[in-house]
Design a protein around this ligand. Structure first.
Ligand SMILES: Cc1cc2nc3c(=O)[nH]c(=O)nc-3n(C[C@H](O)[C@H](O)[C@H](O)COP(=O)(O)OP(=O)(O)OC[C@H]3O[C@@H](n4cnc5c(N)ncnc54)[C@H](O)[C@@H]3O)c2cc1C
Length: 393
């Protein structure tokens, strides 16, 4: 094995979906680049997640030459959404996937290595910016660095940026409970807003089950026991036989974040890009990773690595800003149980409302006129005491 160089064109801190996608984006654009992918963990490794992978993630990966990633997994095309007794269940236009992160992330890291990246076991603790390079821990230097090191990013802290709003969620694996086979089931909370419990069928007899809620600055964070109790209260039977419980923070997106310019970029959870409505973060991680990789490659090609951040900021504004604005507004509205229930009634009444809601929650969708109109109408429909809307006469 040839020894790893100590100077790289691009060093990516963190080899999760955002980091692997950054390496893939850069190497697809410029196959000769020297790219280091540094992670504190050996792969395969677990990661607290609902394991829900939107089909849009696969579209993005295909753009950088990665295909067949989930061919051996079982697609899930039914989505059931519930809140306070209102339930809507429909087929999604395109199926989603439930892929344990132990599998997904190892495959993504392998794809990055196959494209030419060097995967190195290294926990980054320190980042220094010099005029001509960025140096990590005094030993790894690179023309451009991408921070893809997750919710508690060391790179983000080194840039002096804070995390912002966050949620806390706990997940485990349990036998699929009766009535929840072949579906992604989400039950919104009515007491601790915004919150929801989920059961996502993995297709192998087990479901990824979990519960998460928004963290309020003026209240203590829920304990592990409370998270488990709230999961069981919303989805009875979900915790039965459950194992491998792990919790983690979700750094939620807002439309107001400053994107740093210069040689150091932030992607995925490190850039606080989790959808505040649904907790989806893999799509944003892969989308921003690819954009950052491409921006780094273009800046290096023109011999101006210090322009990588500016290029990346322009690209993310273009691909993400409208979506971030719309999800920020939707998440604010969703703090009201009445809005969630009206949304579910609207989705039950009209497949197009349901489809637009899925787009908003899983990928880059917006609050469309169809969604807004459906929501408005649902507010006007008289509701029976059970919470179910009356059938039209
Ligand atoms: C309970 C839960 C459920 C969720 N459910 C879903 C879901 O169903 N679908 C969805 O799309 N999203 C979900 N999310 C969000 C999703 O998990 C994240 O948005 C996604 O993992 C972000 O990817 P990332 O690559 O940015 O970060 P991560 O996946 O966190 O990867 C970061 C990597 O950086 C490494 N690292 C960290 N610090 C260092 C360091 N100092 N030096 C070197 N390496 C380091 C870590 O080892 C890790 O490999 C969920 C999150 C939680 C907590």
């Amino acid at each position: 094995m040839t020894p790893a160089p100590t100077h790289w064109d691009l060093a990516v801190v963190g080899a999760g979906p955002a980091g692997a996608a950054t390496a893939l984006g850069a190497l697809h654009a410029e196959p000769g680049l020297r790219v280091a992918l540094l992670d504190r963990a050996d792969f395969p490794r677990d990661k607290a997640c609902g394991d829900g992978v939107a089909p849009h993630v696969l579209d993005l990966l295909a753009e950088v030459g990665v295909t067949g990633l989930v061919d051996d997994r079982v697609p899930v095309d039914r989505l059931r959404l519930g809140a306070g007794g209102v339930v809507t269940e429909r087929r999604m236009t395109r199926p989603a996937w439930v892929v344990p992160r132990r599998i997904l992330d190892a495959r993504l890291a392998d794809a990055a290595v196959a494209a030419g990246a060097r995967l190195l076991r290294h926990r980054v603790r320190d980042l220094r910016q010099h005029t001509d390079a960025v140096v990590l821990d005094g030993e790894v230097s690179a023309a451009v660095v991408a921070g893809a090191d997750g919710a508690h990013s060391v790179v983000r802290r080194a840039l002096g940026l804070s995390r912002g709003p966050a949620a806390l969620a706990l997940r485990g694996y349990a036998p699929v409970a009766p009535g929840r086979h072949g579906a992604q089931v989400i039950e919104f909370g009515t007491r601790h807003q915004p919150s929801y419990a989920w059961s996502f069928d993995r297709g192998d007899g087990l479901a990824n089950v979990g519960y998460g809620e928004f963290l309020h600055a003026d209240r203590p964070a829920p304990t592990r026991a409370q998270l488990l109790e709230r999961l069981e209260a919303l989805l009875p039977g979900a915790t039965e036989g459950g194992r491998h419980w792990v919790g983690h923070h979700l750094p939620l997106s807002t439309a107001r974040r400053r994107v740093p310019t210069g040689r150091v970029l932030l992607v995925g959870d490190a850039a606080c890009l989790v959808n505040p409505l649904t907790g989806e973060g893999i799509h944003s991680a892969v989308a921003t990773g690819i954009a950052a990789g491409r921006a780094a490659a273009a800046a290096l090609r023109e011999g101006r690595p210090e322009r990588a951040g500016e290029r990346y900021a322009r690209a993310t504004r273009r691909i993400l800003l409208p979506h971030l604005r719309h999800t920020a507004l939707a998440a604010r509205l969703a703090r009201s149980t009445r809005v969630i229930e009206a949304g579910l009634r609207a989705a039950a009444a009209d497949q197009r409302v349901f489809d637009d809601f899925v787009e908003l929650g899983l990928a880059r969708g917006r609050l469309t006129p169809t969604l807004a109109l459906g929501l408005g109408r649902a507010f006007l429909v008289p509701v029976r005491p059970s919470g179910r809307p009356q059938e039209p006469a």
